[in-house]
Write a protein that binds this ligand. Structure first.
Ligand code: TYD
Length: 140
């Protein structure tokens, strides 16, 4: 697996189709918009104010994190540099490359965090211990 840094994790503009007084649509297809094909979609919601999520890295998984509704903060960490992003636009997504630690917090009330993932759920792909994450980064 390549050794990605937080600078390899951009906000991707997904575009939107806005109907006159009828709202908007954003579409993501497996057409090269993302550097992976989506195999799984999941979403977080009902997150109580003051709670945090994430606190892990993935070995192989790539993800796009979208604030489908409301807002929240995502802090990415490559073991050397941390970058914090405020997500509140349903037509933008934060690309999270493999081997990057992420913490999500500051959820607004009613926030929906939608995640497009490059693979199905694999428990063994998670690194949930921060020291183990740092050791993993060193051997990449
Ligand atoms: P986790 O990925 O740790 O959530 P977050 O990063 O948002 O805090 O997952 C929380 C729980 O849900 C954990 O027990 C694993 C389970 N889970 C699945 O069973 N399938 C999935 O696709 C995901 C994302 C989580």
């Amino acid at each position: 697996m390549a050794k990605y840094s937080v600078n390899d994790c951009p906000i991707i503009d997904l575009g939107k189709i806005t109907g006159e007084r009828r709202g908007s649509i954003t579409v993501v297809e497996n057409d090269g918009t993302l550097p992976f094909d989506t195999k799984r979609v999941y979403y977080l919601y009902d997150v109580p104010g003051g709670s945090s999520r994430g606190a892990h890295a993935h070995r192989e998984l790539s993800q796009l994190i979208v604030a489908a509704s409301g807002s929240f903060q995502v802090t990415l960490d490559d073991g050397r540099v941390k970058r914090t992003f405020f997500l509140n636009r349903p037509y933008q997504g934060l690309l999270v490359r493999p081997g990057i630690w992420r913490d999500l917090d500051d959820f607004s009330s009613g926030a929906v965090c939608m995640v497009l993932a490059s693979d199905v759920y694999v428990k063994e792909d998670y690194i949930r211990d921060y020291q183990e994450f740092l050791d993993y980064r060193k051997q990449l």
